[in-house]
Design a binder for this molecule. Structure first.
Ligand SMILES: Cc1cc2nc3c(=O)[nH]c(=O)nc-3n(C[C@H](O)[C@H](O)[C@H](O)COP(=O)(O)O)c2cc1C
Length: 86
């Protein structure tokens, strides 16, 4: 399962955080977090911290900058993250 969300106000948005907390017991064993953001900060530590909402370790995390980025490189990074979890 891949859960995508934007960064709002310096962290993964509250709506998706609430979704994870509410439905974590119904989610598949492999859960990946993909977070989009505009700024330079990759927010990886905050994305990884969502494991505490999930109640277990997520299988992979990825951060995508939506402005001034290299889409091919970012897409390849997501694919590599997912493949490494398999
Ligand atoms: C209310 C709000 C707060 C945001 N806060 C941040 C932020 O703190 N850092 C950041 O990098 N991007 C921030 N963004 C940008 C979003 O992460 C970005 O719009 C989203 O990832 C989707 O990308 P796109 O607008 O290029 O489609 C914010 C956007 C909104 C609407």
């Amino acid at each position: 399962m891949i859960i995508g969300m934007p960064v709002w106000v310096e962290g993964p948005c509250a709506i998706v955080r609430a979704f994870i907390k509410k439905y974590r017991d119904k989610m598949r064993s492999e859960v990946y977090f993909v977070c989009t953001h505009m700024g330079k900060n990759d927010y990886m530590s905050k994305i990884k911290a969502m494991d505490s909402l999930l109640g277990r370790a997520s299988s992979g995390q990825f951060s995508v900058r939506t402005k001034q980025n290299d889409y091919i490189k970012e897409s390849a990074g997501i694919a590599a993250t997912i493949m490494s979890g398999m």
